[in-house]
Design a protein around this ligand. Structure first.
Ligand code: BGC
Length: 339
């Protein structure tokens, strides 16, 4: 079932909130500002419908905070070192919004756009256009993101892009998950396992990958076996804000499994993208969210499917380049249930 209502305005334009629900008491809300997932509600082990993503009550609060809660991130998710890319031998300086680098698409990323949309009973398709040279990127890019929910409890995110010039694209969703409920504090009692034998270390000063692809064996990054987050995120290395290099998985196999021992809710993540940024909201400052919930660092975990950070500048990272007039599509699925 689909429902559309007004959710205020931003930059002088109306913002709508779309709710899609299925027959299993599962639903999600997404707003046209940033094609932003505002809630995902799913029953816990006792049948209590639980909202498992952080979010805000109003559009104004989304604009006030810079945590990218639930937003579609583009044109390039995560960081580009020195805010510069080279396409076909031509250097393009990009807008700078973190140190000397660009983060999450620049000053006005896709999270700040008001997207057009169409709906069906089970889906909403957002469209936006990113103009040639917007935030410094070459190529006018048409972007489509479809969010759908059927009775299998799989929230599907389908991305489609087409550019009129060769360029780079790296889209993701920045939902902050807390499977115990968005208002239940730290994620310590979450369990995670991932199909990732390698990860990208970063320079701690600016979080730019060093370019190495290192084995996770014997490190805090070894999440190949189910690991309780509270046992690993308080060590010397701090919590996770790293890209994991996904192993090849068979069709239909998840790349990550997240589970809350408190609510019994699990989430399986599927994708055809090469990387997964695990971010435990270490930089989140105390703030008030939906229904007066108090959010703080380590209250959520983001599983951002993506190309590796700074991949336009690192030849041996999998390529985020797209060719002019060719259509590219990517898919991420978050599946929910209880055990
Ligand atoms: C990045 C973090 C950043 C956060 C919020 C994540 O995708 O990896 O470094 O703090 O987004 O901007």
């Amino acid at each position: 079932m689909v429902d559309v209502k007004s959710f205020g305005s931003a930059f002088g334009k109306a913002v709508d909130l779309i709710t899609i629900s299925n027959k299993n008491n599962m639903s999600f809300e997404v707003m046209s500002l940033g094609a932003t997932i505002r809630s995902i509600k799913t029953p816990d082990k006792n049948g209590v419908v639980t909202d498992v993503v952080l979010g805000y009550e109003t559009v104004e609060e989304y604009l006030e905070h810079d945590s990218y809660f639930g937003a579609c991130i583009g044109r390039y998710a995560n960081r580009i070192a020195n805010s510069e890319i080279t396409v076909n031998g031509v250097k393009y300086p990009l807008t700078v919004n973190e140190n000397a680098n660009q983060l999450h698409g620049g000053k006005v990323g896709f999270d700040k756009k008001i997207w057009e949309f169409t709906t069906t009973e089970t889906s909403v398709t957002f469209k936006t256009v990113s103009e040639d040279m917007e935030e410094g990127f070459p190529g006018k890019l048409d972007v489509y993101v479809t969010y759908s929910l059927c009775d299998d409890n799989k929230l599907k995110l389908d991305y489609k892009v087409i550019s009129d010039k060769d360029t780079v694209v790296n889209l993701t969703n920045h939902a902050y998950f807390n499977l115990s409920g968005h208002n239940s504090g730290k994620i310590d009692n979450h369990y995670l396992d991932m199909k990732a034998s390698f990860y990208n270390p970063v320079n701690p000063a600016d979080s730019i990958p060093t370019g190495e692809i290192l084995s996770v064996a014997g490190t805090m990054f070894d999440l190949r076996k189910t690991t309780r987050l509270g046992d690993v995120i308080y060590g010397e290395g701090g919590s996770y804000d790293h890209n994991f290099v996904l192993d090849f998985v068979a069709d239909g196999e998840p790349v990550a499994n997240l589970y809350s021992a408190d609510s019994g809710i699990f989430m399986k993540t599927y994708t055809n993208k090469p990387g997964l940024q695990i971010y435990c909201a270490g930089a989140l400052k105390e703030n008030i969210g939906k229904g007066g919930a108090v959010y703080n660092a380590l209250h959520a975990i983001c599983l951002e499917t993506q190309f590796f950070p700074n991949s336009p500048n690192v030849r041996h990272f999998s390529s985020p380049f797209v060719k002019a007039n060719e259509e590219y599509s990517y898919e991420t699925v978050y599946e929910f249930g209880v055990k």
